[in-house]
Design a protein around this ligand. Structure first.
Ligand SMILES: Cc1cc2nc3c(=O)[nH]c(=O)nc-3n(C[C@H](O)[C@H](O)[C@H](O)COP(=O)(O)O)c2cc1C
Length: 174
């Protein structure tokens, strides 16, 4: 009840970095493995596709979250935070998450279901992030405002990887 009461969107971020353990907890809450025996996750996904990959843009580089290994794998040793959105705070905030659907994992769905389900699956993850942020005193905003074509090119996504949403996280500006 308390975290639901406190969940809200913020658009003013301090540039203070997230400690590694806080980032690790954030990603686990977002879409980590909560049932190790079966590899099931903290957010549901249509037909258990688990098709959403979380890309993590920080000052140090761009990473992709490997939930099974609970690790971040380097994608680009480059600060791409500014390319994850069109609002000025994206460059300042320490973390921008980019939710990317891997359509190669959505085989049994047709066009409309693929679009609806990948968007719905992303929504559950983004809400987990909002609730984690509410519990930790972190600021967050989920964002549809992303130049998807430019970002996909920059981070070298395959044609069957689709950017759904982004989400900025950081400490609130004092
Ligand atoms: C799918 C989706 C896309 C959104 N895109 C943006 C965005 O691009 N930029 C932004 O500042 N806020 C964005 N928002 C945040 C909404 O503006 C915000 O959730 C809404 O105003 C309600 O405020 P609340 O989250 O504090 O309840 C988006 C929210 C959703 C669900």
């Amino acid at each position: 009840m308390q975290v639901l009461k406190e969940r809200h969107t913020s658009r003013e971020f301090s540039s203070q970095k997230l400690p590694p353990q806080v980032l690790s907890n954030l990603l686990w809450a977002a879409f980590g493995v909560n049932r190790p025996d079966s590899g099931m996750r903290t957010a549901p996904s249509a037909m258990n596709w688990q098709e959403i990959d979380i890309y993590v843009a920080t000052q140090d580089g761009l990473y992709v979250y490997d939930a099974k290994a609970n690790a971040l794998n380097l994608v680009l040793a480059q600060d791409v935070r500014g390319a994850t959105g069109q609002q000025p705070f994206v460059k300042e905030a320490p973390v921008n998450l980019v939710y990317v659907a891997d359509l190669a994992r959505t085989r049994r769905a047709g066009g409309e279901d693929q679009t609806l389900y990948t968007a719905a699956d992303t929504g559950f993850i983004a809400q987990n992030v909002y609730l984690f942020c509410a519990s930790e005193g972190l600021a967050a905003v989920v964002r549809g405002s992303v130049d998807r074509a430019a970002l996909a090119k920059l981070i070298k996504l395959r044609p069957d990887q689709k950017i759904i949403l982004a989400q900025t996280v950081g400490y609130p500006k004092k």
